[in-house]
Design a protein around this ligand. Structure first.
Ligand SMILES: [Mg+2]
Length: 126
């Protein structure tokens, strides 16, 4: 079973995303900020990450940058979640290494569909 890291400081969204992914057949590791996310990535085998953009301690962009700079983690598929809908923010997200972008509030089926596409593109789908 593929394991997905869910990092969001908003408890409601964290639980919502976890529930959707769990029902979708994925195993989920939940954390409340980027620093905890980075720690989890060192300790556990994570196949894909769903990261909130705005988080205390380390935000989603900073965590993405660290992942892309890391020899072992650089290919990790990353889906960024944000309440911001500005085009510039999405462009920044892609430029910093996010593979896909989803704006809150999102449809649960859309989240699962995007995760499936990312998983298929990576080694997960093979
Ligand atoms: Mg947040």
């Amino acid at each position: 079973m593929a394991t997905i890291l869910v990092a969001d400081d908003d408890e409601m969204f964290r639980e919502l995303v976890t529930e959707i992914l769990t029902q979708g057949g994925y195993s989920v590791v939940r954390v409340k900020d980027g620093a905890e996310g980075w720690e989890a990535l060192q300790k556990k085998k994570i196949d894909l990450a769903v990261l909130d953009l705005n988080m205390p301690n380390m935000d989603g962009l900073e965590l993405t940058r660290k992942v892309r700079d890391d020899a072992k983690l650089r290919d990790l598929p990353i889906l960024m979640l944000t309440v911001r809908a500005l085009v510039e923010d999405q462009v920044t997200g892609y430029e910093r290494g996010a593979d896909d972008y989803l704006t809150k509030p999102f449809d649960s089926k859309m989240l699962l569909a995007r995760v499936k596409v990312l998983a298929r593109r990576s080694s997960l789908g093979k």
